[in-house]
Ligand binder design. Structure first.
Ligand SMILES: [Zn+2]
Length: 361
């Protein structure tokens, strides 16, 4: 058995050369036991040509759920793309139960412009589920949901930090929803932030339909980072194994994630050049110096201190900081009582997972 994630065995994905152009996802029309590469039309650009998103459907021979993965809904957040590529190379269609639908780039205009937002400047993950009649981004968001993601039973939405910032590998999830919390835990990020989906996000749209959905923040924007890509891939495989889409074979679970009950951004209250001192996943204690700000002549004008104990989820790497700029994303840890209150989120998942591992031949 090939257990090395760096050396996938051929499953035929690389032999799929033709791409079908369609105007919506119709899974039942796609052949079972095959990969289908699709360009799905969503809206038209200024010369009347379709703006299409690239989607791959891995349609298993056996029945099961529809597992949706979306990447680059923010156009400069790219680490999810190779996660999808590598996952597709590792899917065995003969044993896959159900269907994996991968939206490789959800925000095509943003990706091509190397920017977070859609081409009209709006953030697609702040306007979900969009509008059938409205601004370009609103209609695009509406069609993305209606034509593609509404078919999902599960969603893993892959993001990274924004431009000028860095992130740890962390997950945002509603830990009060049992299946969602299990998905978050099985992904084994460094940090999980309990975060009921805010309105107008893609995760929120799925959650409102009663479907488990998590957002994975895979470190930094506009680049491919080997280690977090690999960890995310392994985590998604672990989730698919838990819901019995693929056989379980993940024996070694990485360290349990740090659980945060909430998080917030510290902001500058002066304008100047910023240096953030701790790194991602560093712990900070109330009162610790976390950033300094100098004026353009080099004099220190402000020192920023942590207002409470926490962990650094992400931080700015852009020195140019006007008043109100982001400094550091601080996660506030759950205590033991809060962890127990949250739907038995970690221990029973691990026990279940080890059982399914050992049951595998
Ligand atoms: Zn994002």
């Amino acid at each position: 058995m090939n257990t090395s994630l760096d050396k996938p065995t051929s499953n035929g994905y690389e032999h799929v050369r033709s791409v079908k152009r369609v105007d919506r996802l119709e899974i039942e029309s796609l052949p079972r036991g095959e990969f289908s590469r699709l360009f799905i039309d969503l809206i038209e650009n200024g010369i009347g040509r379709p703006i299409q998103v690239p989607v791959v459907v891995a349609h298993g021979k056996k029945d099961g759920p529809i597992f949706g993965i979306t990447a680059a809904l923010h156009g400069n957040e790219l680490n999810g793309i190779p996660v999808i590529h590598q996952l597709l190379h590792r899917i065995n269609l003969k044993t896959l139960k159900g269907t994996v639908v991968c939206v490789i780039v959800a925000n095509i205009p943003g990706m091509l412009a190397e920017q977070r937002e859609f081409s009209d400047g709006l953030d697609l993950n702040h306007i979900m589920p969009g509008k059938s009649y409205g601004k370009s981004s609103q209609v695009y968001a509406y069609e993305l949901v209606e034509r593609i993601t509404t078919h999902f039973d599960y969603l893993v939405d892959l993001h990274t930090a924004s431009s000028g910032r860095v992130n740890s590998l962390y997950v945002r999830a509603n830990l009060k929803q049992e299946m969602t919390s299990k998905m978050a835990c099985l992904l084994r990020p460094s940090i999980i932030v309990h975060n009921p989906p805010s309105d107008y996000t893609l995760r929120g749209v799925l959650a409102e339909q009663g479907k488990p959905a998590i957002t994975v923040e895979i470190c930094d924007p506009q680049r491919f980072q080997k280690d977090p890509i690999k960890r995310t891939l392994q985590g998604i495989r672990r989730i698919m194994s838990y819901i019995e889409m693929v056989p379980g074979k993940h024996v070694d679970l990485p360290d349990a994630p740090i659980l945060c009950k909430k998080s917030y951004w510290m902001l500058t209250d002066r304008g100047g050049l910023l240096t953030v001192l701790p790194k991602v996943t560093d712990r900070v204690t109330k009162g610790d110096l976390v950033a300094t700000q100098i004026n353009i002549f080099g004099d220190i004008i402000r020192r920023y201190h942590a207002a409470e104990d926490g962990i650094v989820i992400g931080h700015s790497v852009n020195p140019v900081s006007q008043t109100g700029s982001r400094i550091l994303h601080l996660g506030v840890l759950m205590n033991e009582v809060e962890k127990r209150d949250l739907n038995r989120i970690s221990d029973d998942v691990l026990v279940d997972q080890q059982r399914s591992d050992s049951a595998e031949p």
